[in-house]
Design a protein around this ligand. Structure first.
Ligand SMILES: Nc1nc(=O)c2c([nH]1)NC[C@@H]1CN(c3ccc(C(=O)N[C@@H](CCC(=O)O)C(=O)O)cc3)C=[N+]21
Length: 285
């Protein structure tokens, strides 16, 4: 049986549509949700992502504050800008595009962002909230994965989830989100013994290692759901995921493609986080 292809582009468009109509309602109450995106340096891929974020922000009627700084920017200068954005009442979400240049301490920068405006959900306060099952800002990529599973009507309760990858931005938080939905969760990594056999147990495989087609098709249990978070550039133009897509699609019941899967969701959830932040503010004033 052919797998259902989970269309991240379409789901992201639907999420944005919902955001757009809520933005209109908020604006009637005198609040325009605002996102500040900070880019340091001139990495071309980062520039493309930042451009997409800005464009969608404006399309949805949000306020967008863009800060493109040279790669020579000092840590102190960046921290000063974050201080300004923390204090700027037009801004409800702040995103500092990663990776930052080597001379800047990333952890220090992420911790300088006010936890109330942490649209990426990377601040230790928000990480802790997620850990205890009381999330405020949820990291965008894992949050997007959850929305995709909701969209196909998949209930994680009692299911075996195998997460391949243990990063702070995807592997760990997505595992916690699955756990809070009552899945049995295994987190695998480069030292996991018999990785293929562990993945073979999974009802849901979430691949987030950043290695092109590392998860093989014959590791997929027939009928499993495959969520591929990897975006790997091979050659000049081609993008592939962390999963051997064609072979996995022959066994899976549902699978996310790359591109057009989790990637577009990440940006949609960033806007969602900015919206939620503005909504929380309405509730407290
Ligand atoms: N503070 C921070 N937060 C981030 O969320 C963040 C970041 N830094 N640094 C870089 C990564 C990467 N990232 C992506 C977002 C969307 C796509 C996306 O939409 N990808 C398209 C393909 C785009 C293409 O063709 O290159 C897709 O998968 O269909 C990919 C990658 C967010 N990141």
């Amino acid at each position: 049986m052919a797998a259902q292809i989970i269309d991240g582009k379409a789901i992201a468009a639907k999420v944005r549509e919902r955001i757009g109509s809520t933005v209109s309602t908020l604006k009637e109450q005198g609040i325009t949700p605002g996102l500040a995106v900070v880019l340091v340096g001139d990495d071309p891929a980062s520039r493309v992502y930042v451009g997409m974020k800005k464009k969608m922000c404006i399309e949805l009627g949000m306020y967008s504050a863009d800060h493109e700084l040279p790669s020579t920017t000092t840590e102190a200068e960046l921290l000063a800008l974050i201080g300004q954005l923390n204090a700027d009442s037009r801004v409800h979400g702040i995103l500092v595009q990663l990776p930052l240049p080597d001379h800047i301490d990333t952890d220090k920068v992420l911790e300088a962002i006010s936890p109330d405006k942490d649209a990426d959900g990377f601040h230790p306060y928000n990480v802790g909230r997620l850990m205890i099952g009381k999330p405020t800002f949820q990291p965008c990529t894992p949050y997007g994965v959850m929305v995709m599973l909701d969209e196909i009507g998949y209930d994680l309760k009692g299911k075996e989830v195998v997460v391949v990858g243990r990063s702070n931005i995807v592997g760990k938080p997505v595992a916690l989100m699955c756990l809070s939905r009552h899945a049995t969760v295994t987190i695998c990594h480069s030292r996991t013994k018999d990785l293929p056999d562990v993945v073979r147990r999974a009802d849901v495989v979430i691949a987030a290692v950043g290695k092109a087609e590392m998860v093989k098709g014959d590791w997929i249990k027939p009928g499993a759901v495959v969520i591929d978070v990897g975006i790997n550039r091979v050659g000049e133009k081609k993008l592939v995921g962390d999963v051997e897509y064609a072979a996995a699609a022959e066994r899976a019941s549902a699978i996310t493609p790359v591109p057009g899967g989790v990637g577009p969701m990440t940006i949609a959830m960033l806007l969602q986080n900015t919206l939620e932040s503005a909504q929380r503010k309405v509730k407290t004033v």
